[in-house]
Design a protein around this ligand. Structure first.
Ligand code: F6R
Length: 256
């Protein structure tokens, strides 16, 4: 895992944006996996400000709430259009976000997996991390081999996400999320973590054992996993000085 620690979340998001921009320039028809929530906001802001051509890019979002109308301000459909898609030249038909109102949700999930496969697979997946270690909405004890499916949010995630809805009661309990197996098939994973409230889950994910109790820890098994974080999220790492040294002294020939 490549761990890139920056002073601020804006600086960390800037590194992540440059990684994505590099991919889009090299591969204009890249397939991106995208995340929502507060973490990717500075990344999307930075990407919007770059001179990038999104006309050939395909995207697949990680997750969506079940039962929330698509137009609801807190649906991940609304989030993605407001914070990224409205501002770039992506083709609407290339955008994929799980349909939390599908009549046959298990059928939809199988179809979503097929679409990812038929697109050639995800080149780069953007991830955030929950305070409980979730990636996507794969909550603790999710199968490490799981595919896109329905999950039930933990009380901790409901409490964390109440800030978007105003109260815990208004946070939907169920979601569709790409599985951990799905995420692990992306050719590259790019995780962002900002703030001290992520420090414990992040340190356990990177320096603890691989365990479904901290789903993000599976990224230790991924051949190309990069993490961009700020000082707050890095504050519980045991080996932070080593990671800083590695990044500051990265040879120019080292592409990964
Ligand atoms: C969102 C997602 C989640 C979030 C995580 C962190 O699409 O998949 O895993 O990345 O809950 O949320 P924030 O960024 O709001 O702290």
């Amino acid at each position: 895992m490549e761990i890139i620690i920056q002073e601020t979340k804006e600086a960390a998001a800037d590194v992540a944006a440059r990684i994505i921009a590099g991919l889009l320039r090299k591969k204009p028809d890249a397939v991106l996996g995208l995340a929502t929530g507060s973490t990717p906001l500075p990344l999307y802001k930075r990407l919007i400000g770059m001179d990038l051509d999104w006309s050939g890019v395909t995207t697949f979002n990680l997750d969506e709430y079940i039962g929330l109308p698509r137009e609801h301000p807190q649906s991940y459909h609304s989030f993605m259009w407001e914070n990224l898609f409205h501002h770039i030249n992506i083709r609407p038909e290339n955008i994929h976000i799980p349909d939390g109102n599908a009549e046959d949700i298990p059928g939809f999930c199988g179809e979503y997996e097929k679409r990812i496969h038929n697109s050639g697979g995800i080149d780069l997946q953007v991830l955030g991390i929950g305070t409980d270690g979730h990636i996507g909405f794969n909550e603790p004890t999710s199968s490490l081999a799981s595919r896109t499916r329905i999950k039930t949010l933990t009380q901790q995630t409901i409490a964390d996400n109440a800030r978007f809805f105003g109260s815990e009661e208004d946070v939907p309990r169920h979601v569709i999320t790409m599985g951990i197996g799905t995420i692990m098939e992306a050719r590259q994973n790019l995780l962002l973590a900002f703030g001290e409230n992520k420090a414990q889950a992040f340190a356990e994910a990177v320096e603890g054992p691989i365990t479904s109790v901290n789903p993000a820890s599976i990224l230790q098994m991924h051949p190309v996993a990069k993490v961009c974080l700020d000082e707050g999220a890095a504050s519980r790492l045991q080996r932070a000085d080593y990671y800083r040294w590695v990044y500051d002294n990265k040879p120019v020939w080292q592409t990964f």
